[in-house]
Design a binder for this molecule. Structure first.
Ligand code: PGA
Length: 251
């Protein structure tokens, strides 16, 4: 049985003071989530990781939004795995479409980052999804297939057990145009079939999230799809009331 997972992606939002306020306000919610066998977390900016870790309930998953694949060195502006581990951060979003679009994050780069995370017993949340042009050209499955195959190339079933995959069609992110549950289930089911082909029965343990304009009003419909195990939520995870609504609507 896969545990449901609700993950907020704060992107470039919230000062450290605002993140602390949210973390304190989320304590009861995290307990409520756990009483109901739901994992819950947020991905703050690097500068707020420590404050969220310190002030939220210890069961809150705190994820970084990116990481470099080298341990240290001349990589100005980057952060490494040991630096995250020092703060007890063991979840990282990899290959979010905004990073693919603005920071040249290729499938190969995602692969290299995930290889380091998996070697360190950390949890990558690997984001995949097609652009509007690719969707309109009917290329969704082709795109998602190469993102999965190239990103996860040569990993072992034992390694990918911890992996989380997030399907986020780019045309639905921050646009209010969420994908229908039929589209979301179709693609998430397809992703699981590729995972099954690559890794065998472990595919049944890998959690697949849907992301893109998820809100308290629509989250329940996604989570009722057989291959959708949770949500990766941007805008609607920023305010505690709406974050709370996301959780209470899937209890
Ligand atoms: P959104 O963002 O919920 O604001 O559409 C989702 C994401 O980018 O993870």
């Amino acid at each position: 049985m896969r545990r449901k997972l609700l993950l907020g992606n704060w992107k470039m939002n919230k000062t450290s003071a605002e993140a602390k306020e949210f973390a304190l306000a989320s304590r009861d919610l995290v307990n409520l989530a756990h009483q109901n066998n739901i994992d819950i977390g947020v991905a703050p900016t690097y500068l707020s990781l420590a404050t969220v870790k310190e002030n939220a309930d210890p069961k809150m998953i705190v994820a970084a939004q990116n990481v470099h694949f080298m341990d240290h060195g001349a990589y100005t502006g980057e952060i490494s795995v040991p630096m995250l581990q020092e703060f007890g951060i063991d979840w990282v979003l990899i290959g979010h479409s905004e990073r693919r679009a603005y920071d040249n994050e290729t499938n190969q780069k995602c692969h290299d980052k995930m290889a380091v995370l998996l070697a360190n017993n950390m949890v990558p949340v690997y984001c995949v999804g097609e652009t509007l042009a690719q969707f309109e050209a009917g290329q969704t499955k082709e795109v998602v297939s190469s993102q999965i195959r190239e990103g996860l190339a040569d990993f072992t079933p034992e390694q990918v057990k911890r992996l989380v995959v997030a399907y986020e069609p780019v045309w639905s992110i921050g646009t209010g145009k969420n994908a229908s549950t039929e589209i979301a289930q179709d693609v998430c089911g397809y992703i699981r079939s590729i995972l099954r082909e690559l890794f065998g029965e472990v595919a049944e343990e890998i959690r697949i999230l849907y992301g893109g304009s998820v809100k308290p009003e629509n989250i329940k419909a996604y989570l009722s799809c057989p291959d959708i195990d949770g949500g990766l939520v941007g805008g609607a995870s920023l305010k505690i009331d709406s974050y709370s609504g996301l959780l209470t609507n899937i209890l």
